[in-house]
Design a protein around this ligand. Sequence first.
Ligand code: FPP
Length: 247
Amino acid sequence: MDLKSKINLEKLPRHIAVIMDGNGRWAKQHGKPRVFGHRNGVRAVRETTEAAAELGVEYLTLYAFSTENWNRPKLEVGALMKLLVETLHKEINTLNKNDIRLQAIGDISQLPDSTRKALLDGIHNTRNNTRMTLVLALNYSAKWEILEAVKNLATQVSQQKLDPADINETLFSASLSTHDIPDPELLIRTSGEHRLSNFLLWQVAYAELHFSPVFWPDYNKEHLYQAIIDYQNRERRFGKISEQLVP
Ligand code: FPP
């Protein structure tokens, strides 16, 4: 039986988040510069997006550039930003054909003008699509996002628009950049690393974590299917015991 048909479509995660990792090491294995890995990573982005949409996943979030990634060599950062522009321009038609809406989380005000413009155009041009939402995390870090939410709530308290006693999980979630996106049930990280790297720290509180040894440029549909099957074979207890769970 092929992997895809082993997936229970009734129990799909609504939201899958992915830490795409290993582009640099993949390039090194091939004796090429790091940027070659990022270029080949775009194929994996396309394939994963297509597979998730075909299955009926509602949200797919990809960690494309973290706040910490600015510390990489200037040449690599420049090449990544250029690649994003190129990819966004090239793929917008495909997103529209497949009824996929593009969104972004992160401090996009700090992106180079051309990258921000390509992103905002992409978001605008796909805004009416409803089959799946593809969220790009760009210049994103969870600690930045949480601090922004805290500042926002503190301002409302100081202006006496909010009673601190009313701050609860729902209100806090609504203050994050993911306010209109459900929390991911499944978080995948590729390349054999076992870290969260400042990604969606609040939102993954109850997510199942899946670590794949595959470098991102080699990641394909079958790998995603396997991650979903593993997720479906786990028992999600949310602090309860097995006997309390409704089958
Ligand atoms: C991690 O590999 C990858 C990134 C930081 C960038 C991911 C970007 C792309 C796949 C290209 C464009 C993306 C989109 C969404 C259009 P790494 O460089 O950290 O690899 P290493 O750990 O082996 O060095």
